[in-house]
Write a protein of this length. Structure first.
Length: 355
């Protein structure tokens, strides 16, 4: 490597694990740290690393090491970011790369056995990419799954000191470290809440990406009581403000897929989508007019759209105790100031809920 700057990873790949450990121990001696502790041998003959096929990040090129890590977690390592069962998903506290995961345990061992740590976070252990909040919302806006229900449940568990009780009792974690983890977890939960993402309080709960009461308002930034009628009628908003990002919510967004699927009949209308503006917003009136039965029933019960009532919001909702079926709900205000909900399952059922 003459004329080049060797990285720790290069050293590990070129010199092997044994040489790396020797370097660590020698470094510890130079720092004046005790080295009279025995190293735990993973395999008697060490991990065989011969025959690697490609030179990439450590766990990609060292197939035998990767296999050992896979055995430890009893799950395959496929892709560092997209694999939902490894770095990017289940192991929330792990770095988002193969090398990062391996170094995490190397450095954790250094800390536990020798007390060696760093003033800042090593590059390999840092989260990659831009602002966490920005990245999360970008993923959500483009239809990706931001946080699984299982991850959310784990995050809520990690916010409780009980989660670390076994580690504290065994001596592998101090009370101070556990308290720090709890504080960091609460900070993460707060970041999600600030983005409008609501974590489930119950084990059977689901991650919510919006606050119903706010989405039900005529103006999300101004408090009103439009949500009261939804609560009174046991209606849960599952897809808020359908007219906003109409094509995305109906065709591409994974979090809304179940609700769209469980609305009887066709929700997405190509002719309506063609009227969308540059922000993907379509008219509530256009959506309403596509359901002839709802228009006919409204004329009989309330009057004419635009004259006797106006549509404030369009939502997809489910009603408690009614199974998986979803209904389209037009939140309206009459010319007399009364709030009414015109609802339809897009096929046979239509009706009105009055405030």
């Amino acid at each position: 490597m003459t004329g080049m700057t060797a990285s720790v990873e290069d050293f590990m790949v070129d010199s092997g694990i044994s040489a790396t450990i020797e370097l660590v121990v020698e470094t510890a001696k130079q720092l004046g740290l005790s080295t009279n502790q025995e190293l735990i041998v993973l395999n008697k003959e060490g991990i065989e690393v011969s025959g690697r096929e490609r030179k990439d990040t450590l766990l990609k090129c060292e197939d035998r090491i990767r296999e050992q890590i896979e055995n430890i977690f009893d799950m395959p390592i496929v892709n560092p970011i997209k694999d939902g069962k490894f770095c990017g998903s289940e192991l929330i506290r792990m770095p988002s790369s193969y090398t990062g995961v391996f170094l995490y345990y190397v450095l954790k061992g250094l800390y536990q056995d020798y007390g060696v740590w760093f003033e800042g976070t090593p590059v390999a252990l840092k989260s990659k990419g831009g602002s966490g909040a920005t990245k999360v919302m970008k993923t959500y806006k483009t239809g990706g799954r931001v946080l699984t229900n299982k991850e959310a449940k784990l995050l809520m568990e990690m916010a409780d000191m009980k989660y670390y009780a076994a580690d504290i009792k065994s001596g592998t974690m101090t009370i101070e470290d556990a308290s720090k983890n709890v504080a960091e977890t609460y900070k993460k939960i707060k970041e999600y809440e600030d983005m409008g993402i609501v974590l489930p309080e119950k084990a059977t709960g689901k991650v919510r990406y919006f606050i119903e009461e706010e989405e039900a308002r005529a103006d999300k930034s101004v408090k009103d009581n439009r949500y009261d009628i939804f609560k009174k009628r046991n209606l849960e908003i599952t897809v808020p403000r359908l007219n906003e990002d109409y094509d995305m919510k109906c065709n591409h967004h994974k979090k809304y897929a179940t609700s769209i699927k469980n609305v009887a009949g066709i929700v997405w209308q190509p002719d309506i989508n063609n009227t969308a503006d540059g922000k993907g917003t379509v008219s509530n009136d256009d959506i309403f007019k596509s359901y002839d039965r709802a228009v006919k029933m409204a004329k009989e019960e309330i009057g004419v759209l635009g004259k006797d009532f106006k549509i404030v919001n369009t939502h997809i909702c489910k009603q408690t105790g009614k199974g998986r079926m979803r209904i389209i709900v037009f939140d309206c205000t009459t010319s007399k100031g009364e709030q009414v909900l015109i609802h339809t399952d897009a096929m046979d059922m239509v009706g009105v809920f009055r405030s």
